[in-house]
Each structure stands twice: as structure tokens, then as C-alpha cells.
Design a protein around this ligand. Structure first.
Ligand code: ZN
Length: 233
């Protein structure tokens, strides 16, 4: 058995810890990506709502035009009773008839505008339903991610406890070297084959290094990357 076997055991646990930590880091990003999936549906709804607003605006505009002309006719009729000559009276009638013609035109415009509102209202309802549907899917997936996060956090806590136990079996000076290197290189402990190639950086080690690893008496570091070398014997 290799003299660095306790370190290999520790490294195996550290590998699991790294994966769990990575997953914990990734979850918020995955949740954000899920939320982004709603953007398309949100934009479609906003477009349909803007369209509806415009369509309703056209209805209101036509309505205001009609009202303004009705008021005008009423004012003309009020003045008409005060007129002295028949000619003036006839002129007022002509004016009123002209305005009534305009009212008719605005009323048909208003009806057409109201007809336009109906399909747009359908589009708004459809876009609303689509967004709600997408929201349900995203909420479901987000809840799954939250559940997963809780599971991973528990697993991490258990694995860290496992690591504390495994660390007790490692010689302190081995531990010191391993911990120092762990922040810079991963994995820290790598095998070398009969060809004496470091499996971390692929540098061929001088024969003396190969011999020291084979002797299996302490930490032997790669000449290039500093990783701890071991040989499967
Ligand atoms: Zn190396």
C-alpha cells in the first residue's frame, strides 16, 4: 500500500466536497435561467396589452368626436329658436345636417374600432394564459432546485464530517503539504506509471524521482507541478 493512501482517501472525499460545493454554487444560476425562460411570454403579453390599449384608445377617440358634435348640435338648436329669419333658420338646419353626417361617420368608425378590440382582447387572454402556464412550470422546477439544494447542503455537511475523520489518519506534515497545494492544483495526489510520467502535468520525471516514489517512504513531489506522486504497486 502506498504511504500516501490516507491522503488518497482524503482526496476522494475532497473530490465529492468539491462537486457538492459546485452544485450549490450553480443552483442560483439555474434558478435565474429558469426565470429568464419567462421573458418571452412576458414580452408577448406586454405587446398584446399595448395593442389593446391602442385599440381602446381608437374607440374612445371616436366616442369623443361623436360627443363633441352632439354638444355642438345641441348648442345650435338652442340658438336656432332665437333666430329671426327663416333663411337663418334654414342655414342652421343645413349646418346641423352636416354635423349629423359627421356623427354617422364617427359612429361607424367607433363600431369598427370596437370590432378590432375583440380579437386583441383574445390575444391578451391567450398571452396571459401562456405566461401563467410557463410560470407554473418554472415554479415547479424552481421548487425542485430548492429541494435539491437542501439535499446537497445536508450531504455536504455529512461529507465534511467524514472528511474530519479521514483527516485524522493523515500524517500532519503530509496534511500541511496537501492543504497548501489543494488551493492551486487539483487533484493533488496523482499516480505515475512505469514510464514515470506525472498524471497531473504529464512531465516525465527524472529516474531518481521514480525511484523515490517506488521506495514509498514519504512525500515525493512532481518536479514541475509539485503534485504528490504515488505508484500503484
Ligand atoms: Zn506534475
Amino acid at each position: 500500500m502506498s504511504v500516501v493512501q490516507p491522503l488518497l482517501d482524503l482526496q476522494e472525499i475532497d473530490g465529492r466536497i468539491r462537486d457538492l460545493q459546485q452544485e450549490i454554487r450553480d443552483i442560483p444560476q439555474r434558478k435565474a435561467q429558469e426565470q429568464e425562460r419567462l421573458n418571452g411570454a412576458r414580452e408577448a403579453l406586454a405587446r398584446a396589452q399595448a395593442e389593446l390599449k391602442n385599440a381602446q384608445l381608437r374607440v374612445n377617440e371616436a366616442e369623443l368626436e361623436v360627443k363633441a358634435r352632439r354638444d355642438k348640435i345641441q348648442a345650435l338648436k338652442q340658438n336656432q329658436v332665437l333666430l329671426k329669419t327663416n333663411k337663418e333658420f334654414q342655414m342652421y338646419n343645413l349646418e346641423i345636417a352636416k354635423i349629423e353626417g359627421e356623427i354617422e361617420s364617427y359612429e361607424s368608425r367607433q363600431i369598427a374600432a370596437m370590432d378590432d378590440v375583440i380579437p386583441v382582447k383574445h390575444r391578451v387572454a391567450e398571452a396571459q394564459a401562456k405566461l401563467e402556464e410557463d410560470q407554473t412550470v418554472v415554479d415547479g422546477y424552481t421548487a425542485e432546485l430548492d429541494e435539491r439544494l437542501a439535499v446537497v447542503q445536508n450531504e455536504l455537511a455529512a461529507t465534511e464530517a467524514e472528511r474530519a475523520e479521514a483527516a485524522k489518519k493523515v500524517t500532519p506534515q503530509f496534511m500541511l503539504y496537501y492543504e497548501r497545494l489543494r488551493t492551486k492544483r487539483w487533484p493533488v495526489v496523482v499516480s505515475i506509471g512505469a514510464d514515470c510520467v506525472c498524471n497531473g502535468c504529464h512531465l516525465v520525471q527524472p529516474p531518481s524521482v521514480g525511484q523515490m516514489v517506488r521506495r514509498n517512504q514519504g512525500i515525493v513531489a512532481c518536479q514541475m507541478c509539485g503534485r504528490i506522486l504515488f505508484m500503484n504497486q
